[in-house]
Design a protein around this ligand. Structure first.
Ligand code: PMT
Length: 210
């Protein structure tokens, strides 16, 4: 199958040297890409500014902002059979990007934010028969919130992961997670390595076929 994977954070600029971002390392997206390649699939990885080495992945498209990621996903969508959105895309960005580096003594009193377009929401009309997988990074009401996002984002599968624990979610090597679909009752979250979780996700995609 042809599997498109997103990984890492996005960076939303404040001025030429400062940005809003998050702690995503890219480990989950990398584990997914390596697992899919090992299992014989073609992979394209769209990566924000990650802190992991992506040199083992033959096709990497690097991006910076959520807008860049949206454009890259749109460009590659036609090509793929399945999309896995493991990236931690920004939800908000500065409403205005200041052209010159802000001086230390010129601190803005407020930072005006605006919402970032939801990538999954924007591309949903072009889904066709493709398989869409999302992640839900939650610090409370894990199963309820993930199930809500499964429906709201028109996904086939959502990976509910508990990011309140130090051994799960952003930057960690393990995830406390469970897979949720519309048709089955979700199982209890289990602590597993990101490689194990990637294996379960890729096998689920295979079970649905291209
Ligand atoms: O990179 P690591 O350090 O290994 O960490 C992995 C991870 C914790 C980042 C990853 O496992 C994860 O949970 N990724 C999704 C994080 C996230 O943005 O969750 P969310 O619940 O806010 O978003 C739900 C889904 O919508 C996600 O699939 C996300 O990619 C997508 N989204 C979010 C915002 C946006 N503007 N557009 C989107 O499409």
């Amino acid at each position: 199958m042809k599997i498109l994977i997103t990984a890492g954070p996005t960076r939303e600029p404040i001025d030429p040297v400062r940005f809003i971002s998050n702690r995503s390392s890219g480990k989950m997206g990398l584990a997914l890409a390596l697992t899919a390649i090992e299992r014989g699939h073609e992979v394209a990885l769209i990566a924000g500014p990650v802190s992991v080495d992506l040199s083992a992945i033959p096709r990497v498209i690097t991006v910076e902002t959520a807008d860049d990621m949206l454009h890259a996903v749109r460009r590659e969508l036609e090509w793929c059979d399945a999309l896995v959105m493991a990236a931690a895309v920004a939800d908000w960005r500065p409403a205005e990007v200041i052209a010159e580096k802000l001086k230390k003594n010129n601190m803005p009193r407020n930072l005006q934010l605006e919402p970032v377009p939801d990538i999954l929401g924007t591309i949903a009309p072009a889904k066709g028969s493709r398989i869409f997988v999302g992640f839900a990074a939650e610090t409370g009401n894990l199963l309820e919130e993930a199930s809500r996002k499964l429906v709201a984002k028109k996904l086939d599968l959502i990976v509910a992961n508990d990011v309140a624990r130090p051994d799960s979610g952003f930057e960690s090597d393990t995830n406390m997670a469970t897979l949720i679909t519309a048709s089955a009752k979700p199982g209890a979250p289990v602590l597993m390595t990101k490689q194990e979780l990637a294996g379960r996700i890729v096998q689920w995609i295979e079970s649905r076929g291209p």
